[in-house]
Design a protein around this ligand. Structure first.
Ligand code: THU
Length: 160
């Protein structure tokens, strides 16, 4: 038997295709790149989460002199939300980036570890996280759920 995994996502030419609320969140993610600590890669990533109480929390990548110790913007943000607002779920997360001296006009997509953490968070609260991906300008991708980014992911259900 052959089966197929596929998912739909939205693709806009620019930020103006988004709702006002999503535009605002993406602008916050762009701003958050300014708080990144990325002296080793010079790749500044920002993320912003809209919580279930409509509060916005931001995160950015924080690198380490011992390179593998550094943490991505998405997991900085998830860990911050999980510890500061443990009762609130995340409705939407926007992610953007600014590399030093280079263009930022195409979306980037979360790394594998961040995909796992996003899936963990969706399962923890039993609600999907809408994902908005964009550079500082240009195309914007919108996914209905972070789980789309990690087909056949390990969600821990078997541990219970
Ligand atoms: N990075 C993120 O923060 N998020 C991503 O989605 C991709 C990569 C960070 C990790 C590292 O600090 C820098 O970008 C270069 O990989």
């Amino acid at each position: 038997m052959h089966t197929k995994f596929e998912f739909e996502y939205e693709l806009f030419d620019d930020i103006n295709g988004l709702s006002i609320s999503d535009q605002h969140l993406l602008e916050k993610a762009k701003e958050a790149t300014k708080s990144a600590y990325a002296p080793y890669s010079n790749f500044y990533v920002g993320a912003a989460a809209l919580l279930s109480n409509d509060q916005i929390v931001i995160g950015s990548n924080q690198e380490s002199a011992s390179f593998p110790v550094g943490i991505c913007a998405e997991r900085t943000l998830l860990n911050s939300v999980g510890s500061q607002f443990p009762t609130l779920s995340i409705k939407t997360m926007a992610i953007s980036y600014q590399p030093l001296g280079k263009d930022s006009n195409e979306p980037i997509s979360p790394c594998g570890m961040c995909r796992q953490s996003l899936l963990d968070y969706e399962h923890r609260y039993g609600s999907p996280i809408k994902i908005i991906l964009s550079g500082m300008s240009g195309n914007v991708m919108v996914l209905k759920s972070a789980s789309n980014l990690l087909p056949f992911g390990f969600d821990g259900t078997i541990l219970k």
